[in-house]
Design a protein around this ligand. Structure first.
Ligand code: SF4
Length: 402
């Protein structure tokens, strides 16, 4: 049987971070209207799950699949009432007919922000099948947290770690960001040291991406904030790889490091191109050769799901998006996806003879430039350290003139 991952997009945050480009609606103090919208979204997500499970496409193929992971992302899933999250878990378990015993084998992750973690929430999550937390720290530095518009400080984060350590969650991950404007190497080394001292099982380190339509992007454009220093960004990345390796966090992907046995199964399945279904506004899916993304607007999403009698990805898709619904059976597109996702992994990606013969010229060039490793298996594409620094360029060059 094949793996099928489930992704749930919870589109709510306490406030909007200055660098964030994800779809989410933010409100600092929850008004009655906010609660109504949250409740309506959760109901719509539950309904979307029910419709999908009854769809012809799923019924025709369901014998081939088993649910391997469930991932609550966003937004900030921990921001909303824990009972709302639990109602979705119950719907998934009921609709996909997952027994309690099978549920225990599934990796169920929830993304959480330090300011919205409470003992009560963690108890409820754990008792209802969530077994992994992914906590967004980003930087252990109050000045940089302020710059990013994160709604907590280091003291609140310390408290959050205390709550996690007293809970039954043993598998938890920390997200960090480097390459921020006005972030020194000393700041970054301090954040890494602090992160390691908290002993999470998994650490993700992301290089800051500046999007034009964000507060940070606008501040950089108007000169209120300096441009991130690209050379320092790479030095910070190398420092992270070294310090994390010295502390037994093994790198398995460009941005991800884990203690033995604690790689994120949900993300691994994604990079290995297993099927996944995304529910909620802006969630994307890939199933049986088709890919689609739901509409990125809460009220439109609610209206579309409530107005649908049967599941049709096109009805809840963002028709303006290229990914709204596309047949992925085009071989070039498949090859592109395979390389784009698989090459991020430290173990690399294996390509078929036919694909190798198409790419051979580009592969040779990248190997002689020291960007791709010369592996014993010539059809295995693995980035070198230099290649990891330039991953987007390597992907572009691999597929040039293909
Ligand atoms: S908490 Fe996450 S999703 Fe929400 S605004 Fe910040 S970065 Fe974006």
């Amino acid at each position: 049987m094949k793996k099928l991952g489930i992704y749930i997009h919870i589109p709510f945050c306490k406030s909007k971070c200055t660098y964030c480009n994800f779809y989410s609606q933010s409100s600092d103090c929850l008004s009655a209207k906010d609660i109504i919208i949250q409740t309506s979204i959760i109901e719509a997500i539950n309904r979307e799950i029910e419709l999908f499970v009854k769809s012809e496409e799923y019924l025709k193929n369901k014998q081939k699949y088993y649910i391997s992971t469930i991932y609550f992302g966003g937004g900030t899933p921990s921001y909303i009432d824990a009972d709302m999250i639990i109602s979705i878990i119950k719907t998934i378990q009921r609709e996909f007919a997952i027994s309690d015993k099978d549920m225990e084998k599934i990796e169920v992750t929830i993304e959480a922000n330090p300011d919205s973690i409470t003992k009560e929430k963690l108890d409820k999550y754990y008792e209802n099948g969530i077994n992994r937390l992914s906590v967004g720290l980003q930087a252990y530095n109050d000045r940089l947290l302020g710059l990013m518009g994160r709604p907590y400080n280091c003291k609140i984060f310390d408290k959050c770690v205390e709550i996690i350590n007293q809970s039954r969650f043993k598998n938890w991950s920390l997200d960090l960001i480097f390459g921020l404007p006005n972030q020194s190497m000393k700041d970054w080394t301090n954040t890494l040291g602090k992160a390691i001292s908290f002993s999470p099982k998994h650490i993700s380190c992301y290089s800051l991406e500046v999007h034009r339509n964000t507060i940070l992007g606008r501040n950089i454009k108007t000169g209120k904030m300096p441009n991130p220093d690209e050379i320092l960004d790479r030095k910070m990345y190398h420092r992270a790889v070294k310090i994390l390796a010295d502390n037994h966090y093994f790198q398995y992907e460009i941005s991800n490091f884990a203690k033995k046995g604690y790689k994120c199964r949900h993300n691994l399945d994604f990079w290995n191109r297993n099927s996944y279904i995304g529910f909620g506004p802006s969630a994307c899916s890939t199933f049986e050769g088709e890919s689609w993304c739901n509409i990125s607007e809460n009220t439109k999403y609610i209206d579309k799901v409530n107005g649908s009698k049967v599941f049709d990805s096109i009805l809840i898709s963002d028709v303006s998006s290229d990914l709204s619904k596309s047949h992925s059976d085009c071989s070039k597109r498949k090859l592109y996806q395979k390389i784009m996702l698989g090459i991020r992994l430290n173990k690399g990606v294996i390509i078929y003879s036919k694909e190798y013969s198409i790419l051979i010229k580009n592969i040779s060039k990248l190997r002689s430039n020291g960007l791709l490793m010369k592996d014993k298996n010539i059809k295995k594409l693995i980035l070198t350290q230099k290649g990891r620094d330039l991953a987007d360029y390597v992907i572009e060059q691999l597929l040039e003139n293909v």
